[in-house]
Design a protein around this ligand. Structure first.
Ligand code: CU
Length: 377
């Protein structure tokens, strides 16, 4: 500890700004933006014993910033003038920070946390400022528990090539350029942070389905216990939300294990899934309970392997008769690049909305190429 302090002391001695690269790599630097009523980012991750430099500025009025655990407390002036503070994260754990200057009605919401990873885990940890396994709001199709800042936007494109990868010979597939010539199911999604823990959005797929959805944080891993828990609500309708409405109600459970692995379970009820029965007088089976299961494994600082399965637990079981009632499965690899998440994925169906996944689709066992791109604003 003494030697660490000494090292930290020595590395900060030359206060001339352009510091040597090897020295800056010792210090974890974060730029934090304060505004009514949030910090962005509101979660930072460092290693135990690491020197941390925070550069804070306000987007509007006066705010404060305090991490009681490390004796950090300072005032952030209005007008965007940056203020800096340095400290050593000499204790492992998850510690809250918050605004220390009363700034209005949402003042109490201005909180966040600093994750200090224990020395035993330090070597397997990246110095990235976010927990990258929650880089996006969806694993592939099913939701994660990633939260949005209040009044922030996110945009997402989903694209599923309609040509099965296994159809015809490999040469034919190449001739069709891996399915790029065969049409696609394309989805566009806009998401908005209504409150700090509440997000809403709208998603439209090119078969003219429109879904409205919302997600509410109930529990946050670390702060509230060992898991993250969100409530998820939605309704989708076909023909531009004109018919065949499917209400959706579910929860999303997440569990991060270390800094590179996360597991998800998302049981949900999807109504009006059996559109094929000629007369829906038998309403008892006109719903499906889907258990969405997902995993993310961080391979490098910016590359994640993702996978999900959506087995049906109750209700309408996919297609009628002898047709396949396979459940949705998908896997992919995603790359975080300059604020965008690019994901290349393979799915056994081209459906992407909750009702499309619950209903399933007819057809032989096959796989479809697709990609997702998302961007936060
Ligand atoms: Cu405040």
């Amino acid at each position: 500890m003494i030697s660490l302090l000494f090292l930290a002391f020595v590395t900060t001695l030359p206060l001339v700004k352009p510091s040597v690269a090897s020295k800056t790599s010792e210090t974890a630097e974060f730029h934090i933006e304060a505004s009514h009523f949030q910090f962005e980012p509101n979660r930072i991750e460092v290693r135990e014993g690491q020197r941390v430099r925070l550069v804070l500025h306000s987007l509007d009025g006066v705010h404060g910033f305090a991490i009681p655990e490390f004796g950090v407390s300072l005032r952030i002036p209005e007008g965007g003038v940056p203020v800096e503070i340095e400290f050593i994260a000499d204790n492992a754990g998850v510690f809250p920070f918050g605004c220390s200057e009363y700034c209005g009605v949402g003042h109490a919401d201005m909180t966040g946390e600093i994750v200090v990873l224990g020395a035993s885990r330090a070597d397997e940890t990246s110095s990235t400022s976010e927990l990258v396994e929650e880089a996006d709001f969806n694993i592939i199709n099913i939701p994660t528990t990633l939260q949005m800042g209040r009044h922030r936007f996110a945009f997402r494109v989903t694209h599923r090539f309609a040509r099965p990868l296994g159809q015809g010979s490999f040469v034919q597939l190449l001739e069709d350029f891996l399915g790029l010539d065969g049409g696609a199911q394309i989805g566009l999604e806009l998401r908005y942070g209504l409150f700090r823990n509440t997000q809403i959005g709208v998603y439209r797929t090119s078969d003219r389905t429109i879904q409205f959805f919302g997600r509410q944080r109930l529990l946050e891993q670390g702060t509230d216990g060992p898991i993250g828990l969100d409530l998820s609500l939605g309704i989708e309708g076909k023909d531009n939300f004109q018919e065949d409405y499917s209400p959706q109600l579910g929860v999303v459970l997440s569990r991060r294990l270390g800094s590179r692995f996360a597991l998800y379970a998302s049981p949900s009820f999807v109504g009006n899934t059996d559109l094929l029965s000629p007369d829906s007088s038998d309403e008892e089976d006109d719903y499906t309970v889907v258990l969405g299961l997902g995993a993310r494994v961080l391979i490098t600082d910016t590359v994640t392997i993702v996978a999900e399965l959506s087995p049906r637990m109750a209700g309408f079981d996919g297609r009628l008769g002898d047709k396949s009632n396979k459940f949705h499965a998908s896997f992919g690899v995603e790359k975080l690049l300059r604020g965008h998440v690019f994901q290349l994925n393979f799915s056994n169906e081209i459906g992407t909305t909750p009702a499309q996944i619950a209903r399933g689709q007819q057809g032989p066992e096959d796989w479809f190429l697709g990609f997702n791109i998302s961007r936060k604003f």
